[in-house]
Write a protein that binds this ligand. Structure first.
Ligand code: 13P
Ligand code: SF4
Length: 299
């Protein structure tokens, strides 16, 4: 592993390549990345890098978003089969039909969508800003794709709009049950419960805090609490432990996103040596998908 890491570091310098990694990536990948963050943070970072090449360690929609926001850069995705299953739950024809039937509605696409879905949206959002983005919109009617759990979480705060929610979900978060959390809470009664808004409503109901992954990182940094139950993909706990060695984190064992783990150091090195696989999107889709992403970043 040491050899691999030093080769990656050398190539990073020689070819001026920036490595961006999501908070769920395996420890060895977080350690070699230039930036680790949530979807919103990584989208912002992607617009600020000056190097020609970005290696994106995450699932497809994240790498695509980096490419869409930087049409002049080359975005390498070391494992093109690392896809978010929830992003693939939107059927374009069905969405088109829903939009035709509701001409007065604005379409909000969670960033966990394919570029083709984003191209049909008015604005994007992430788990960090969904409530804020939807509150800001003028329309009284919203089509929200694809996460039913994030959609119903937003509904708790936005009561003056009709929000039509697509029935998509994330397997990893859907599988976290209220009992999983309560079992940990009875073992560690002083622990604060933090959960991701992709969790089911009954899990949200018993949480002390609902945050995006970066929201959790920030909260832990600022909180006086010493113990935390982490209701999201357990890869985040590596970063939490690294940054807060004096605090304890209780993860949900089964909360693993298999697609996030498809990226490996070997694949990263290969992508840096060969300068592929690259994110490939048609210029038309890129142009159309950029508008809702830019709108989100403006807000
Ligand atoms: P964050 O934007 O909160 O990191 O979430 C991304 C994601 O895929 C959650 O499952
Ligand atoms: Fe998609 Fe869920 Fe994996 Fe996040 S954890 S990338 S929402 S499948």
């Amino acid at each position: 592993m040491e050899k691999l890491v030093s080769k990656i570091k050398r190539l990073k310098r020689e070819r001026n390549i920036v490595i961006l990694a999501h908070n769920y990536q395996p420890p060895e990948i977080q350690d070699i990345a230039d930036f680790v963050g949530d979807s919103l943070d990584l989208s912002r970072k992607a617009t600020k890098v000056s190097s020609k090449y970005i290696v994106f360690c995450g699932v497809n929609f994240m790498a695509e978003s980096a490419q869409i926001l930087n049409p002049d850069k080359v975005v390498l995705h070391p494992s093109l089969d690392a896809r978010c299953p929830m992003a693939d739950m939107v059927n374009i024809k069905e969405l088109e039909r829903l939009q035709d039937e509701n001409p007065d509605a604005l379409t909000v696409a969670y960033i966990n969508t394919t570029a083709e879905t984003k191209a049909m949206a008015d604005i994007c959002c992430t788990s960090a800003n969904a409530v804020h983005v939807i509150k800001k919109l003028d329309a009284k009617k919203i089509i929200f794709v694809p996460d039913r759990n994030l959609g119903s979480y937003v509904k708790r705060f936005v009561v003056d709009k009709e929000i039509m929610i697509w029935p998509g979900y994330c397997h990893t978060h859907e599988n976290i049950s209220k009992d999983d959390i309560l079992r940990l809470k009875s073992k560690y009664p002083n622990a604060e419960i933090m959960v991701h808004p992709e969790c089911r409503p009954d899990v949200i109901d018993i949480a002390d805090f609902v945050f995006s992954t970066n929201g959790m990182v920030k909260h832990v940094r600022e909180s006086k609490a010493k113990e935390f139950i982490v209701g999201t993909e357990k890869g985040l706990c590596y970063r939490l432990r690294k940054e807060n060695p004096d605090k304890r984190f209780y993860e949900i064992d089964k909360a693993v996103c298999p697609d996030m783990k498809k990226i490996t150091l070997e694949k990263i090195l290969a992508s840096m040596e060969n300068l592929e696989p690259r994110v490939e999107l048609s210029s038309n889709v890129m142009e159309m998908a950029k508008k809702p992403l830019d709108k989100m970043l403006e807000i």
